[in-house]
Design a protein around this ligand. Sequence first.
Ligand SMILES: Cc1cc2nc3c(=O)[nH]c(=O)nc-3n(C[C@H](O)[C@H](O)[C@H](O)COP(=O)(O)OP(=O)(O)OC[C@H]3O[C@@H](n4cnc5c(N)ncnc54)[C@H](O)[C@@H]3O)c2cc1C
Length: 480
Amino acid sequence: MAQYGSEVFHNYDKPHHFNKKGIASSKTVTEASREIKVIRETDVIVVGGGPGGIAAAVSAARGGADTILLERYGHLGGMATGGLVNIIPNLGDIYGEQYIGGFCQEVIDRLAAREAACFPERRFWGKGEPLVVEKYLKANMMHFYIRKNHEDKYVVLYTAVIDPEIAKDEMNTMVTEAGAELLLHTWVTEPIMEGNSVKGVIVESKAGRQALLGKVVIDCTGDGDLLPGTGTETVDYMVPGSRIAQFGFVYWICNVDLEKYDDFVNTQPEKYKEITREITKLGGSAFFSRGLLDHQEGVVWVHRLIGSLHQTDPEEMTYIDTMTRKQSVRSWELLKKYMPGFEKSFIMLSAPQLGTSGGRRIVGEYFLTGKDMDTDRPFEDTIAIFPDNDRGEKSLKYPRTYIPYRALVPKETEGLLVACRAFSADHEFSEFFNLIPHCMCFGQAAGAAAAIAVKEGVNVRNVNYAALREQLLKYGAILP
Ligand SMILES: Cc1cc2nc3c(=O)[nH]c(=O)nc-3n(C[C@H](O)[C@H](O)[C@H](O)COP(=O)(O)OP(=O)(O)OC[C@H]3O[C@@H](n4cnc5c(N)ncnc54)[C@H](O)[C@@H]3O)c2cc1C
């Protein structure tokens, strides 16, 4: 199976075929129409508490809007916590210049203050300090931390890693401290529409089926769950074997004696290769990354990527989850049996959520495509600058990419913003710019815009960009 490569994309696992039942009956039932309780009437409803959603809720509430954040699980953070993909990469470019600040930086600062975020010291960003470079190469984390510069020399990027458990707690605090209401364990099923305007959402929970009404709804579900119900145009094309066409199954193995493992690899390289081959032959994988949280000793991380083109199909998700869990446990059993250093290890945790990377995306007021990466020109409504570090030669030529506010605004639907990986972009653009820090930037901008729209009594489509820019700068965003 392909692993991440710093400059190699479209080389991941291919979609899997399995015995899908699909809709196995020709019958239909008619749902009885019924009145349901409206549990809140509010300014801003944020749906989904992942990186996009927490940023949107905090930003809208800080902007003075009455805000509620709805999340289906019992914790915030989405993939960044529940998916155990807790690395926040590409905050700066290969020259050491930071471009992603604001909410994302605040999360890192708050976690660092609790010794729950680690990153290379600022003095190393954009530099080739051998000890630091070696640390990330040895950890199998080159793709997140190391790039080659114009002189073909390795340099270190500004990338942070966060402790997902402390992050869950800190994110709850950030949301409630900002004045937003938080409602967990609540699955949002569809938008409430009046013509082409979103007026609220329907939710399902242990309390039954209920409704919330809001002036602005922000879809931060990652998969764009509200979009089908709005009738807005969407795309979902992904290249088979591309990064976004992958599910992720992540687990952590602890109690590994890494000193013993290193000693074995260095003193008996041929024997090490033999064991690795044997593990593969017996149906496992010996590949892992070293955990980079300073307070974790003897913990290794395994990120299994599994190709897919349908990341919202529960039948496929069930197949992937059960198949990959079996393979993952098998891999650990083989490591424990054969690999020196793993004798006393055990699986500490597998991610509570199956990782999803791609899915539905809106066709917004502006549709970002591959061409928008190959330019150095900001938009007149730029809400974020993303360091472009992952495209090899092209990144050296175009080290920054700009995001317009219009990429969060659906073309045909009113009262709705999209601030997650379902933002308006083609598969090529999404491949590089739908990660945690990017979604936090979308969320921060959408929340700020929603609060301005409510205050000014205008549609989110018509928010004054100068006012939005001023607010984003106040929030610490780095803009042209
Ligand atoms: C294997 C893998 C590894 C990755 N590694 C990294 C990495 O190291 N660094 C990085 O930056 N990015 C990584 N990514 C990508 C990153 O995880 C996502 O792009 C990012 O989390 C997207 O944020 P989001 O807010 O759009 O969505 P998500 O993180 O998916 O959050 C969506 C939130 O909405 C909630 N939700 C969804 N639907 C509903 C609903 N109907 N009702 C209520 N709540 C709902 C979810 O529970 C979740 O909390 C990885 C992805 C995968 C699959």
